[in-house]
Write a protein that binds this ligand. Structure first.
Ligand SMILES: *Cc1c(COP(=O)(O)O)cnc(C)c1O
Length: 350
């Protein structure tokens, strides 16, 4: 297979693009009077900051992330949620109506939705029976128009890590960009790939502050990649894609890493407890081992169990219609009290 060459896979219109230059990105200096951005000089009803456009490149937040993640700020992209990172990857690399991407179901649904929105074909190469990557199948599916490969590890909804050697093999042999979605990495024993950016020019690692960091409402999705790829992301993104409150609250939250780590440990303990407790039920057929903050469970009748739990005002995710997930439900790990309520409710099922 051909060696990876980023210039060959970037869309020509993006390569040639002259990005929008915002007032805040053009001016660098120590001006006192800002009459360049049509902002409201009289202030906002909230706070003196909110009348000004925020930093388009979120450098303060990136500095804090850099400290925690051990990746230089210029190798970090921050999106309005991970979904923006996914969408921009499509817009940089995939020509609508011509290019295609590879996804490995059962997996996160947004990859395919985003492909659809961008009029990009999705080639689906199912995971194996034990929910691992079908490396040969993936490489066989590649054609001259294949631009992206999505690997979710730990995978949603199955909960397991992908074998590291399989991922490395794909990084070395896939001719396009490999996007590793590590949304659940903090709950896993697996080592992150963000330290491997120098090794692989075709790697984008996605993480998020929505799960382990508990900040789903702020919409802070992260992309880690070579400077070259990050520059492309910055050209294509909307100028002010991350709002000021999210930047400020993100910085504040990153100072509380101890609390976050304690919550991760609790979540993992509770995950083990729920896993053990589920074994007592006859209607439970398989409890899949999880490296994430949820557990996939195969039961005798997922639709019936889902409705039963709903009746008791407990909502889980019915994943029965996903390939390889017949009669499977996905249960997010809650607080101890919530998990006890779940197990007690299941005791009176049937
Ligand atoms: C939850 C989740 C995300 C996070 O999405 P955000 O838009 O950052 O909240 C990304 N990938 C997967 C697989 C997820 O399950």
């Amino acid at each position: 297979m051909e060696k990876f060459d980023i210039d060959k896979i970037v869309r020509k219109n993006i390569e040639k693009l002259k990005p929008y230059s915002s007032a805040r990105s053009e001016y660098r200096g120590d001006a006192e009077v800002f009459l360049d951005a049509n902002e409201n000089a009289y202030g906002s009803p909230l706070d003196e900051n909110y009348n000004r456009y925020p930093d388009p490149l979120q450098w303060e937040l990136k500095k804090e992330l850099s400290r925690i993640k051990g990746v230089p700020p210029q190798n970090i992209f921050i999106g309005n949620g991970s979904d923006e990172v996914i969408d921009i990857a499509f817009r940089i690399f995939c020509k609508p109506g011509q290019d295609n991407v590879i996804v490995c179901p059962p997996t996160y649904g947004m990859y395919k939705v985003c492909a659809g929105i961008n009029d990009v074909e999705t080639k689906e190469v199912l995971l194996t029976e034990d929910f691992q990557l079908n490396v040969e199948g993936i490489l066989n599916a590649v054609d001259a128009n294949t631009k992206l490969l999505f690997i979710c590890s730990p995978n949603n909804p199955t909960g397991n890590d992908m074998n590291r050697m399989d991922i490395e093999l794909l990084l070395n042999n896939f001719p396009g960009i490999v996007i590793i979605d590590e949304a659940y990495i903090n709950f896993s024993r697996q080592k992150t790939f963000i330290q491997e950016l120098l090794e692989y020019e075709n790697l984008i690692v996605m993480q998020t502050l929505s799960k382990a960091w508990g900040l789903a409402a702020l919409r802070l999705g992260l992309g880690f990649a070579s400077e070259k790829i990050i520059d492309l992301f910055n050209r294509v993104k909307p100028p002010y894609n991350v709002n000021l409150s999210s930047q400020q609250l993100g910085i504040k939250a990153l100072a509380n890493i101890k609390e976050v780590n304690a919550n991760i440990i609790n979540t993992i303990q509770q995950r083990n407890w729920v896993h053990d407790q589920l074994q007592q039920f006859n209607f439970v057929q398989i409890i899949y081992t999880s490296d994430a903050n949820f557990i996939l469970v195969k039961v005798d009748n997922a639709d019936k169990l889902y409705q039963y739990l709903l009746l008791h005002r407990i909502i889980v995710r019915n994943r029965s219609k996903e390939p390889l997930c017949n009669n499977c439900i996905r249960i997010t790990i809650g607080t101890q009290q919530e998990n006890e309520k779940l197990i007690n409710t299941l005791k009176s099922y049937e």
